[in-house]
Design a protein around this ligand. Sequence first.
Ligand SMILES: [Zn+2]
Length: 323
Amino acid sequence: MDGRRLGVGVALVAALMGVAAAQQAGTAGGPAGGPAPAQATSPVPPLIREGVTERISTHVHVIPDNGVSLVPNVGIVVGSKATLVIDTGLGPRNGATVMREVATISKNAELHLVTTHVHPEHDLGAGGFPATTKMIRSKDQVDEIAASGLEMAKRFAGFSTLHAELLQGADFRTADVTFEKEHTLDLGGVTVRVLAMGFNHTRGDTATFVEPDAVLFSGDVSMAWLPSVGAGAHLNQWLTSQDRFLALQPSRVVPSHGPMGDAAIMTKTKAFVSTIQKRAAELKQAGKTVEETMATLQAELEPIYGRSPRMAGPIRAAYTQAP
Ligand SMILES: [Zn+2]
């Protein structure tokens, strides 16, 4: 759910990725540095666009989110015998849009689906996919769905009548394949590794690495924006995850929201997390309260990362987790 603070995202992109990326993100609406648009009044509906699918490498296509709130970057990996889709869009209608895009680039009857995490815009469009689709889930995702069910979908449905319509009857698709740590998939001439990433943004974060193309779908675990740390997730896990991604040596990184990039996305995420961990520990040791620590760190980091409500969550986590 990281497109929610679009204005902020744009500001961060400007700070992190430079002017070109900011201009690109700026097309999504919401003035750079301006206030985040309220979800209920978002001028851009959370619909996956048609006819904009980009081929980014030999086997990998992406339907870009165009910076729109609650729209994911959708991945389509095409091999000689099977196709893998990464993320579904919000509700079956968006899932059906994804399938129409898939049909324009692949004739493979064998279709696999994986989601970066179980938040509604990533997972609850699966109902728009054919019944024969093979759903791949990490054990962590299965457990997370069992524990929280459609809680967040109900919240999202309250954002507007369109959101409610899109989520009408949407439910989690049962896994056909489950895995503990890693699942390897041969699509025919293309090997894909689906990785369980531990608890970062959600309990069931997954990432997908398309081996021959060195393209990484990093989910919400590495984005050009500041981390959205799941309640209860440890920042050390975020650092471990960035290192795991870096070790893959991806040439292209496709986050589940926002601009695509390269390994610099991980390096920047790592630098941010390390900095707040170090400074929060120092300030806590010096007897500062969590509020004082947040104020100090936000002031220190604003010149680099811009003013961002996304900063409070990770800083609070860093303070709580510091010795
Ligand atoms: Zn999310």
